[in-house]
Design a protein around this ligand. Structure first.
Ligand code: DAH
Length: 339
């Protein structure tokens, strides 16, 4: 028995661990109620009386040593897994909750992706603009009401520096800097001096589109917009073009899509007309081409412009524009998508 105790003493002393599991194995093997040491105590009754003193002493010593070893292994393991400042580096991290994209970003990205498939590239321009790029180059007459401070935010009235009221200004910049063929869209933020309500805001987002090349026709415009409408609102969507007026397009039109809520039957979203207006468009006025340095004998083009908030309102049935700007997490959390 003395021999057995000696062996166990050696075993426990040379025991090493590399995980908490192994520490537990140590405890089970030597220190638990069914472990080796408990077994020795059980066998102790068979030890001849004259040896009891010596054997008892050795068993108790083994038990004490094994317990010390266990405590020491435990402590050293905890020390290595804790960093020097006391924080536990083995602790699982706090899970990072995935956020969701803002509905305006979702719709903007979807619009970009649809037009990318038709070969449109993306360009951007400055939000602070001069009169030329926002109005004059786009054929706005000098007395046009948009040039009034009532409608436009002026940064510098004397030098006619404004916050752009539409992304059509990027058309001008792109045409001034590139010769056709041009096929691009221009997403961005625009500013108008409007009182904030459920249906109007002083800051909002638009996407402008421009295609200038040889032989671009109104039929190309119509087909492009039909493709867009079907991709955005569903395969069954129909479109109609109503004559309209913009200084920078001739002819000009407004595009309606069949109401995606009632399928054209009439509901309160489409005000029982079956149609929803989504954008303005037209053939780029030859005057605009000329002002931007493009040969208007050789090239023609079409342009269109839409409000992202408007499309998002129709797509997600948002009734109040202000929700887009309030950053209420209960609103924002409802938008999860691939874009
Ligand atoms: N710029 C116009 C607006 O802000 C929208 C627009 C209409 C853009 C017709 C166009 C267009 O390019 O052809 O209301």
């Amino acid at each position: 028995m003395i021999q057995k105790i000696k062996e166990l003493l050696e075993q426990t002393e040379s025991f090493t661990i590399s995980s908490l599991d192994e520490l537990e194995q140590f405890r089970l093997k030597y220190l638990s109620k069914k472990g080796e040491i408990a077994q020795l105590f059980a066998d102790f009754k068979n030890v001849p009386a004259e040896l009891k003193k010596e054997v008892g002493f050795e068993i108790n010593r083994l038990k004490q040593k094994a317990q010390e070893k266990y405590d020491q292994l435990k402590e050293s393991f905890e020390e290595t897994s804790a960093s020097s400042d006391g924080s536990d580096l083995t602790r699982p991290g706090e899970p990072l909750e995935l956020g969701s994209r803002h509905p305006i970003s979702l719709v903007r990205n979807e619009i970009i992706s649809i037009f990318n498939r038709l070969g449109f590239t993306v360009a951007e321009g400055p939000e602070i603009e001069d009169d030329w790029h926002v109005f004059t180059a786009l054929n706005f007459p000098p007395e046009h009401p948009a040039r009034d401070m009532q409608d436009t935010f002026f940064i510098d009235k004397e030098n006619e520096i404004v916050l752009r009221t539409h992304t059509s200004s990027v058309q001008v910049r792109v045409m001034e800097n590139t010769q056709p063929p041009i096929r691009s869209i221009f997403p961005g933020r625009v500013f108008r001096n409007e009182a904030i309500s459920a249906r109007a805001h002083c800051i909002f987002h638009q996407v402008e589109g421009l295609y200038v090349a040889e032989n671009v026709s109104f039929a190309d415009l119509k087909q492009t917009l039909l493709y867009f409408a079907k991709e955005m609102f569903g395969e069954k969507t129909q479109i109609r073009l109503r004559p309209s007026y913009f200084p920078f397009t001739e002819p000009s039109a407004e595009l309606d899509v069949s109401c995606s809520i009632c399928g054209g039957k009439g509901c309160n979203v489409c005000k029982y007309t079956g149609w929803l207006e989504i954008l303005g468009c037209g053939m780029v006025d030859p005057n605009v081409l000329e002002r931007c340095g493009i040969d208007n004998e050789k090239y023609t083009g079409f342009a269109f412009g839409m409000g992202i908030e408007r499309i998002a309102m129709l797509k997600y049935q948002v009734k109040d524009l202000r929700l887009y700007f309030e950053n209420d997490i209960r609103f924002l959390q409802q938008f999860k998508s691939a874009y």
